[in-house]
Design a protein around this ligand. Structure first.
Ligand code: PMP
Length: 383
């Protein structure tokens, strides 16, 4: 991109209804929120359990700021690894049933750091076509041969595994797909990983906190295995920020020594780890949050079943409504906004061309009436 090309490139995006901007929130992350100066009922957040503004987590973080200050100050390997983070790592490892865990500043950084630590030139990575962009970026950055298989197509994956010579292999998948809400066939993927001597890298950004009684996909599918590398983010259901990777002690020691997004970055604020510890407790104690989300999911799906809206096969709080065209999707999102409801319109390149959608995201922060209101407005708009 040359400096004089930006103006026309932006115009091109606008012409294709793909120009993006950041909606401005005035207030905490909650379903009833002021966006761009107007009050909305929002179905747009990944705060699936309604923890992002939980008083106990806020308090834990405030107290931790008094104790630990605000800044990490240095890379974790230099002088930025704190007691409280060590405690959070131990608690996270235990929560998901692994020997050890390692905190990262973000899921994006974790995916880049871990994948590049495990594979490089001469190796091969195999990625589902609907994987999150951060997994793809990790695969590209690793310089390993990069093969993408059709979504959840085990035969296609096996064919690629068979036909791709490599020293070391890694299969990377989302456990729950971020824009479709469906799940990867994890047990079968582990079988393939065993058969072809590969790592199975699991990005559970959208399953952690929900699947496996909140402990995530690893627990839900009993997938503890030396080949499985588990990653989950802490900014979604856990309501805070950051991410962790869990596995064997040896694996974590290797990542501490090689993951560039851990080594060459300033440690995240120690108070964040106190918030994570509190969030873990709530995820365990307040089971009603998962139950409530499940009821919201059923209510919405039942309500839309008899309509022309196309739903995905998702049991997760991610309930996309596929519209197809960018323009039509934007029009529907605008019609919802006129009625005080905020649902994001997701367009290419985030999703494949022709599959633009409304990404409804449900939360334990929503009430039954909130979901009923969304449903009523959607039904009105198509009649
Ligand atoms: N993986 C998946 C599947 C995601 O949906 C996201 C966030 N949208 C990430 C990774 C990145 O996580 P983070 O937001 O913590 O960087």
């Amino acid at each position: 991109m040359r400096p004089d090309e930006i103006e026309s490139a932006l115009q091109g995006l606008a012409d294709e209804h793909r120009l993006r901007r950041r909606p401005l929130l005035s207030g905490p992350q909650e379903p009833r929120v002021k966006i761009d100066g107007r009050d909305y009922l929002a179905f747009a957040s990944n705060d699936y359990l309604g923890l992002a503004n939980h008083p106990a987590i806020r308090q834990a973080m405030q107290q931790a700021i008094d104790e630990w200050g605000v800044g990490g100050g240095a890379s974790a390997l230099v002088a930025g690894h704190f007691d409280i983070q060590q405690q959070a790592e131990a608690a996270l490892a235990e929560f998901v049933g692994c020997e050890a865990a390692l905190l990262f500043g973000a899921g994006y950084a974790a995916n880049l750091g871990v994948i590049t630590s495990l594979v490089g030139r001469g190796d091969a990575v195999f990625a589902d076509r609907l994987n999150h962009a951060s997994l793809n970026d990790g695969c590209l950055l690793s310089r390993a041969t990069f093969k993408r298989f059709r979504h959840n197509d085990l035969e296609h994956l096996e064919q690629l595994l068979r036909d791709t010579p490599a020293r070391s292999r890694l299969i990377a998948v989302d456990a729950v797909y971020s824009m479709d809400g469906d799940e990867a066939p994890l047990r079968e993927l582990l079988q393939l990983a065993e058969r072809y001597d590969a790592w199975l890298y699991l990005d559970d950004a959208h399953g952690f906190g929900l699947l496996g009684e909140g402990r995530g996909a690893l627990v839900e599918y009993a997938l503890h295995h030396p080949r499985v590398v588990y990653m989950a983010t802490l900014g979604k259901a856990a309501g805070v920020a950051g991410a962790f990777v869990a596995g064997s002690r040896q694996l974590i020691a290797w990542l501490v020594n090689t993951a560039r997004t851990l080594i060459f970055t300033t440690a995240h604020p120690p108070a964040q780890a106190a918030a994570v510890l509190q969030a873990l407790q709530l995820m365990e104690q307040e089971k009603w949050r998962r139950e409530l989300v499940k009821r919201h999911i059923s209510l919405l799906r039942e309500g839309l079943r008899a309509t022309s809206f196309a739903l995905c096969s998702s049991r997760s709080p991610i309930q996309p409504i596929i519209i197809g065209g960018n323009k039509e999707t934007l029009q529907l999102a605008a019609a919802l906004r006129e009625r005080g409801i905020w649902v994001p319109a997701i367009r290419p390149p985030t999703v494949p061309a022709g599959s633009a959608r409304l990404r409804v995201s449900l939360s334990a922060g929503h009430t039954h009436d909130d979901v009923a209101e969304l449903l009523a407005v959607l039904l009105m708009l198509i009649c």
